[in-house]
Design a binder for this molecule. Sequence first.
Ligand code: GDP
Length: 420
Amino acid sequence: MPVTAVVGAQWGDEGKGKITDLLAQEADVVIRYQGGNNAGHTVVNQHGTFKLHLVPSGIFNPNALCIVGPGTVVNLGVLCDELANLEQHGISTANLRVSDRAHLIMPWHLLLDRLDERERGRQKLGTTGQGVGPAYADKVARHGIQVYEVRDPKRFRARVAHELETKNKVIEGFGDPPLDATAVADEVLKSVATLGDRIVDTLPLVERAVRTDARVLLEGQLGVMRDLDWGIYPYVTSSNPLAGGASVGAGIPPRFITRVIGVVKAYSTSVGEGPFLTEMKGKEGDALREMANEYGATTGRPRRVGWFDAVAARHANRLNAFTEIAVTKLDVLGAYEEIPFCVAYELDGARTCDMPPTQLLERATPVYETQPGWRADLAGVSDRAHLPANARAYLSKIEQTVGAPIGMVGVGPERSATLL
Ligand code: GDP
């Protein structure tokens, strides 16, 4: 396995956790390169069912080094809870390392996240309230605190007090009580002992891995439609899920990333606000949501569901040049006689396969072609050649419209329910 990036090619929740867990069995290093604990990657394997928020999905391979990369934002308390939960289930977290250059999600970021959403009112972004956006905003504004700074508690306390001088003005402006610097610093520092020597400069580890041809997996969070630069701004995450973001966020020179797997669901889902053209509303949507158990791994929020949108997935492919696509949840579509498949958008009377910017997208409508369903339970199918002919035709339609070959097909949540 060369250096492989696993990238969400829709709005997130495509099943990247499952694909990463599967590939991680053969990996030496698994790196989360962006985002924070605002999304959850679900892994179902011989150890049970896990919702990983920040820990790379490679943690189940005891021989793999798992890195929370420099491009992430980290809530140390949440990370410690996640590690404790894994240990309780008998999963060793000894091989986890946290980049000392990652940025901290501080208690004020969680508060400001919620206050900002409240102020936006009807224009809210639908964030998970985990402080991820405000932490990245501070990083860009050069007010962020990097993980290594907790190593010097005295200086860290002074930093917290200094930051809170301005943060508290904002918090009080929103009508909330100010935060206490000592309590905030105590809360963050109590996690430091738990993490111990897991906080390191990860670059030498990653560089050595790449130079010695070790098998490296880069695990993306969310999907291209939520990419800060290429998604449905402003309804986006504050980092770059793209494979390009993996290079920066993990510390791997771009030319080493030779395999990029785009993960798509066989239909679409989206958590949060923003245009979602193929959305199924009302009873039709409820039925698919229930059948597919589409509820957020972090928040339990019902996910918006819709038909496959080839314009969105093609947009993702244009930006990532997927060497292959992994299609998950094909099994879910077994209930349908016919399956609408969005091949283009209509915008101001013209047909387009390009992804317009958000305000134009809001007035576009989907152009569907109908694919015949297969009306079959795919449980137990272990070879792509044994899929019903219409299911194979559906996969071919995805390949054709997205423009990349399919390398993996998911027919169930378990690691083993993947056709290679
Ligand atoms: P991620 O954030 O991209 O890892 O995706 P999530 O874990 O949030 O959501 C994907 C959901 O789909 C999880 O509940 C997975 O267990 C489930 N899943 C993944 N692949 C398949 C599949 O092929 N079939 C079915 N039925 N479920 C799947």
